[in-house]
Design a protein around this ligand. Structure first.
Ligand SMILES: *Cc1c(COP(=O)(O)O)cnc(C)c1O
Length: 437
């Protein structure tokens, strides 16, 4: 005789939900409470409307089997699904189960391909013939160039002149993948100017061109669309957690720059009140802000930011009292951004997501700790999540999932330089790396 099917209220839903909990917000009008929206010049409105229509048809309604092809390419080209791995030494150290969601194993070494592949494929379904993107440190440009080469689409990447000189391996990677890299000379020659230049290009080329934005930022539909492409992280993690532990995680931890790996790791857990969500920002060297100098020595826009409009959306920003965007700072270039995605700002205001800042020192210690104890060298962005674990583990529940957003190969030069400045327990003797022998 078979057991009757009974379920208690506490029993987690074991299926990957078809309703996709946590993914309804912002869907129709792009508003997350007071945040989000479409603050773009008139010339870009047709492009935004066309993209919204394509998002609704192909991503939400799976027209022409778009999402099926996306999943298949994520698997075959991207190497998904990524494992949910128990970290034995960290579990012992913190006296609770620590699980790692291994986005560092995605092709290209980070979660960024999930979004780039989704958007370049969408552009193809829309009949576009050209891809443009902007990049700061080069990680998003590299992911976009890879996706464009994979799908046979011509691609141009705008990059500040100063960033080009600082990030030569990434510039070379983009060119190896057949993309053009357009130097932007204006202003300080960094991400901000590159974004303006890409917007200008798009305004005159919308007919045949798609602009791939690299995080859950920008005007609607980018924040929801990028979240939905990255949600594969938590769709997998949810099913894997149930399979391995019989339950949902107690906590999910992810670092937050613009917030795309964050929203991707949180998406299917947002409606599960029992799962605590922690967004770890770059606390930089200090959370003190020098208003006079217009400089924030951190990138903690959830913690220290104020409401304003940046890159087409209302959100939390690092700005001075005149509303000027401040220069941000972080040891990790990928978190070094003055804004944050509007949905994440909203979820923090609602009390659903816990924002925590972790400073450069704690992040670098996290980088060394994960490398030494688990054999995984994380990106410096990701390392902030491990700094959080060290500082806040006592406040966490029994099963913690940490999203390992990327691997650290790209950061080795920076890690040598930053480690040499500090006295870090268990770090290699730096003299042989910095000319001391
Ligand atoms: C770009 C990047 C980030 C920050 O971007 P989000 O949109 O906040 O996820 C974090 N980790 C890695 C490895 C990155 O490359």
């Amino acid at each position: 005789m078979s057991e009757p099917e009974t379920r208690t209220a506490e029993e987690p839903d074991t299926a990957v939900p078809s309703r996709r909990p946590g993914r309804e917000r912002g869907r129709d009008d792009g508003k997350f409470g007071r945040y989000g929206g479409q603050y773009v010049p008139e010339a870009l409105m047709p492009a935004i409307e066309e993209l919204t229509d394509a998002y609704e048809r192909y991503v939400l309604a799976n027209e022409d089997g778009f999402m099926d092809e996306f999943r298949e390419r994520l698997a075959d080209f991207g190497g998904r699904p990524t494992p949910l791995q128990r970290a034995d030494r960290l579990s012992e150290r913190y006296d609770r189960d620590i699980y790692l969601k291994r986005e560092d194993l995605v092709h290209g070494g980070a979660h960024k391909l999930n979004n780039a592949l989704g958007q370049v494929l969408l552009a193809k379904y829309m009949g576009k013939e050209r891809i443009i993107a902007e990049t700061g440190a080069g990680q998003h440009g590299t992911a976009t160039a890879m996706a464009a080469a994979h799908l046979g689409m011509p691609c141009e990447i705008y990059m500040g002149e100063r960033d080009i000189n600082r990030q030569r391996p990434n510039v070379f990677r983009m060119k190896l993948n057949g993309s053009e890299v357009n130097p932007v000379i204006a202003g300080r020659g960094t991400l901000k100017e590159a974004i303006s230049e890409t917007m200008r290009d798009w305004a005159t080329t919308v007919e045949n061109t798609h602009y791939v934005i690299g995080s859950v930022v920008g005007p609607h539909p980018f924040p929801v669309m990028v979240r939905d492409f990255q949600a594969v992280i938590s769709e997998e993690a949810r099913a894997q957690s149930i399979e391995k532990t019989g339950d949902l995680p107690s906590d999910v931890v992810a670092c937050a720059g613009g917030g795309s790996n964050t929203m991707g790791a949180f998406a299917t857990f947002v409606d599960d009140e029992a799962v605590d969500l922690h967004a770890v920002e770059a606390g930089g060297s200090t959370l003190e802000v020098d208003e006079e100098a217009g400089v924030a020595p951190n990138s903690a826009s959830l913690y220290a930011g104020e409401e304003g409009v940046l890159h087409g959306a209302r959100t939390k920003l690092l700005q001075d009292s005149d509303g000027q965007i401040m220069e941000s700072h972080s040891i990790s270039s990928g978190l070094d951004y003055a804004g944050v995605g509007p949905e994440l700002a909203y979820l923090v205001d609602e009390g659903r997501v816990n924002p925590v800042a972790v400073d450069d020192d704690a992040a670098l210690e996290g980088f060394h700790r994960l490398s030494r104890t688990e054999g995984i060298i994380p990106a410096l962005e990701t390392a902030h999540a491990f700094g959080f674990l060290e500082e806040h583990h006592e406040e966490l529940g029994e099963r913690v999932v940490v999203n390992v957003s990327g691997r650290g190969d790209k950061d080795l030069d920076a890690a040598i330089e930053e480690t040499d400045k500090r006295d870090i327990e268990g770090a290699p003797d730096m003299s042989m790396f910095t000319g001391g022998i």
